[in-house]
Design a protein around this ligand. Structure first.
Ligand code: MLC
Ligand code: AMP
Length: 499
């Protein structure tokens, strides 16, 4: 039985009636009830017509029911396709068309907008309050978890691309299980661990790294709908682990409640999904007495490197390749470069995805002949194998841990009447790490302004992708080859959000 649900079920049995998820002071689900609860979802999805291997596209708010739906989908052998709740119906149209799901689950409030784009899929609803047509169909029935091979798909997670089109990364049961088991050991998950879960659950970080870790260890998760520094700090008294994006730590470090005393029950602070500034690491360490453990990963492979649990956690580095994972740094032709020299980070391992859904060309393009995956991140490896991420070969902006590919935003802005052309860049931002900014030109005779542009793209792009500023210029700077010089634009606007 290679269904990744199997080890979760064993851990749940061992955990007995320990709380699995709590919200505020109320226990929402105990491990002893997990099996029956997930069975109802697996049975309902099967009854709705989904068969093993079918995709289920899910865009709902974070909730206990959302976790049960995910686990139920795994048990039914379905391929779970979670989507950012910020995506608009226009964006969903693409994902549903590409994934060709048997079932779409959305928030009841969005059913009217999503109905027309749900194609042949059965549309079910599930709200953050646990109500909806999916909930109405739940029945307490036993369900035998569907047997899956370790190469069978468990999930497809969409990740945007340099062309502006999102690609679905196919992750197998084996991919997810290998990464979860390695992290359980590496981060020394132990008896009594309690996880503060304040991340969204439609990305690798909150869905796999956090939930799988807690489940495998039979640990309680203190569920927060979103990140609120006051509420998270208050939970330090009854928790041991926090996983977050750097913005969490920027906000916590600025909070007057971050003291050594408040942090003393906490065993581990983990950061990832975007670069953690050395200044944040240092300020946090000074105030809390704890060193943040920074790790590095991506949708296509889950976690790839991590700072050590016992050894030194060095600010500005992402540590060493995880056990079983191989990493190397190469030049553009794929020739390994010397230690200390920057190059593209490449990796291989049991956590590496099965390719992009319906996109063998893109899959081939991003792999070397010997199977290494080209991450698109620029890294330096020290003599002892310690990795530092020093830049990106891919044109990517990471705002508050969410990835934004400039091409997609540029296409949307260029389509606005009156716009000549645009270039979208990431500008350093004290809270989000980077903020999306557009530099644009007007067509002759047009008097289009920033507000017009933002209003026109508002229903086309998720809010987090929308530029924080649109700056008009007479012409975009170009090099001799005619290529827009984004580095020069980034330099010109670097201080835009400086405090
Ligand atoms: C919210 N907004 C954002 C944003 N988050 N804008 C840009 N980037 C973001 N990340 C918008 C809101 O819609 C709102 O719009 C405005 O910004 C202010 O919101 P806020 O209240 O300040 O935001 P908040 O709710 O506090 O959210 C910030 C955040 C959140 C950082 C806590 O974005 C978050 O939880 N990020 C985590 C992302 C994540 O899980 N990444 C993992 C990817 S997996 P308006 O309309 O009010 O202006 C991965 C692999 C790996 O990368 O290695 O882990
Ligand atoms: P995603 O496509 O959402 O999975 O994002 C993966 C990308 O996030 C990686 O390719 C990196 O660019 C970035 N990333 C993740 N963790 C780190 C980190 N610790 N430091 C720097 N960049 C990171």
């Amino acid at each position: 039985m290679s269904n990744i649900y199997a080890p979760f079920a064993s851990a749940a049995e061992a955990a007995g009636d320990r709380p699995f998820i709590t919200e505020g002071d109320s226990v929402r689900l105990r491990y002893s009830d997990l099996d029956a609860a997930t069975a109802t979802y697996a049975a309902a999805l099967t009854l709705a017509g989904a068969t093993p291997g079918d995709r289920i596209v899910v865009q709902i708010e974070k909730s206990v029911e959302n976790v049960l739906l995910y686990l139920g989908a795994l048990r039914a052998g379905l391929v779970y396709v979670p989507l950012n709740t910020a995506y608009t119906a226009a964006e969903l149209d693409y994902f549903i068309g590409d994934a060709e799901p048997a079932i779409v689950v959305c928030d009841p409030a969005k059913a009217e907008a999503i109905g027309p784009v749900s194609g042949k899929a059965v549309l079910l609803t599930l709200g953050a309050d646990g109500c909806g047509t999916l909930a109405d169909g739940l029945m307490p029935v036993p369900f035998a978890t569907v047997v899956r091979g370790s190469d069978d798909l468990a999930a497809i997670l969409y990740t945007s691309g340099t062309t502006g089109r999102s690609k679905g990364a196919m992750l197998s049961h084996g991919n997810l299980a290998s990464n979860a088991l390695v992290l359980k050991d590496h981060w020394r998950w132990q008896d009594g661990d309690v996880l503060i879960h304040a991340l969204p659950i439609y990305h690798v970080h909150g869905l796999f790294v956090a939930i799988h870790g807690a489940l495998l260890n039979g640990s309680t998760m203190l569920f927060h709908k979103s990140f609120d520094a006051d509420a998270v700090l208050a939970d330090f008294a009854r928790a041991t682990i926090l996983m977050g994006v750097p913005t969490f730590y920027v906000r916590l470090a600025a909070h007057p409640g971050l003291t050594r005393e408040a942090c003393s029950p906490m065993r581990l602070f983990i950061s990832g999904s975007a670069p953690l500034l050395e200044a944040t690491f240092t300020e946090f360490a000074e105030k809390s007495g704890k060193s943040i453990l920074e790790r590095y990963g991506m949708t296509e492979a889950g976690m790839i490197t991590s700072n050590p649990y016992e050894g030194e956690r060095v600010a500005g580095t992402v540590g060493y390749a995880l056990p079983g994972v191989s990493v190397r740094v190469s030049d553009e032709q794929g020739r390994e470069v010397a230690h200390g020299t920057p190059g593209v980070l490449e990796m291989k391992g049991p956590n590496l995805f099965k390719g992009y859904w319906h996109n063998p060309d893109k899959t081939a393009e991003e792999h070397r002949d010997d199977g290494y995956f080209v991450t698109g991140d620029i890294a330096i490896m020290a003599e002892d194998g310690r990795v530092s991420i020093v830049g990106r070969a891919k044109d990517l902006i990471i705002a508050g841990g969410f990835n934004v590919y400039p091409k997609e935003i540029e296409l949307a802005i260029d389509a606005v009447p009156g716009i000549g052309e645009s270039a979208v860049i990431g500008v350093p931002h004290p809270d989000l790490g980077e903020a999306v900014v557009a530099i644009a030109t007007r067509n002759v005779g047009s008097n289009i302004d920033e507000d017009n542009v933002l209003a026109t793209i508002a229903d086309k792009l998720a809010r987090f992708k929308q530029p924080r500023r649109v700056i008009f210029v007479d012409a975009l700077p170009r090099n001799a080859m005619g290529k827009v010089q984004k580095a020069s634009l980034r330099e010109t606007h670097a201080g835009m959000f400086a405090r």
